[in-house]
Design a binder for this molecule. Structure first.
Ligand code: HEM
Length: 268
């Protein structure tokens, strides 16, 4: 039998919780991180904005889409960044009384990453979000493409009445692309300079040390603890650096710690 309903009822009041405790949104994001995986939509879209062959041709108006909220056993559709998905299979989540019913019949893209499930938060406008949010939207889109059927396009910000992509659609693609490449750079940097392990004992102070999985980066080298300064010198953290990178201008040795030590006591 389906084991999901119990979980769903736990998430029933999630919108109220999110409204009261915005800090929980990051937990939400973490919880759903990785829901989506690789299949990407639109890669095959021709440059002129016309739909690729595999793209659905049906175009919904907002009024039409609003009819598909699953009332009286009807189908349930939702839109994400202008793409309409048939989520009838997920009736327990999206149907009347479900924990995520507010996503049905609308394009509430913004709320997928802000956690603002109030009517004013459930909007398709994704302008001005942070880089992590664009990654989140990309992952949600991957999730829906993978788990549900992509059945049409919503006439509005992302698609026009003929189902052609709008300028806004291309802007949004660009924001997501930039966020993805920023994250790639960030991930590479974290791999180059993984965090150190850190422990604090009141009587001894702090100790930082490197190991083959410090900072959550599994690797075949240990590295040497150094202070790592951000380019604007505003942030400092402990990083494990390989010998070949020790002359990087962002790194500084810890005082009273030998150059080749893998563990250092920090001055109190
Ligand atoms: C930004 C906040 C959140 C959003 C946008 C969100 C969205 C969603 C959506 C759309 C679904 C249905 C997925 C499907 O179609 O299969 C879902 C399922 C679920 N959510 Fe959330 N959620 C959020 C926060 C949370 C939090 C904080 C929890 C609990 C810690 C949670 C627990 C669950 C569970 C248990 C399910 C069902 C199981 C699953 O598919 O993984 N969600 N969520």
């Amino acid at each position: 039998m389906n084991k999901l309903p119990n979980l769903i009822y736990n998430t029933q009041d999630i919108h109220e919780i999110a409204a009261k405790f915005p800090a929980l949104v990051s937990l939400f994001k973490w919880f759903h991180t990785g829901k989506g995986s690789s299949p990407k939509v639109d890669e095959a879209s021709p440059k002129d904005g016309s739909p690729a062959l595999s793209e659905p041709t049906r175009v919904f108006t907002k009024e039409e889409l609003a009819k598909y909220k699953g009332e009286n056993g009807a189908d349930i559709y939702l839109a994400l960044m202008g793409k309409v998905f048939d989520v009838t299979r997920g009736r327990d989540y999206y149907g009347p009384g479900g924990g995520y019913a507010f996503f049905s019949g609308v394009d509430g893209s913004r709320a997928f990453v802000t956690g603002d499930f109030k009517p004013e938060g459930l909007i398709d406008d994704i302008t001005g979000l942070g880089s992590q949010d664009y990654i989140g939207l990309r992952d949600w889109l991957d999730f829906y493409v993978k788990d549900y059927e992509y059945i049409g396009k919503l006439q509005g910000l992302f698609y026009d009445a003929d189902g052609k992509t709008t300028d806004y659609y291309h802007d949004a693609q660009q924001w997501i692309k930039e966020a993805s490449s920023y994250k790639e750079d960030e991930d590479l940097f974290k791999e180059k300079f993984p965090m150190c392990n850190i422990e604090y004992k009141p009587e001894e102070g702090s100790r930082v040390w490197c190991s083959t999985k410090s900072g959550g980066i599994q690797r075949d080298w240990v590295g040497f603890p150094r202070s790592l300064y951000s380019a604007d010198s505003k942030n400092i953290r402990c990083a494990c650096a390989q010998e070949v990178d020790l002359n990087d201008s962002l790194l500084k040795e810890y005082p009273n710690c030998p150059k080749d030590a893998t563990s250092c006591m920090l001055p109190k």
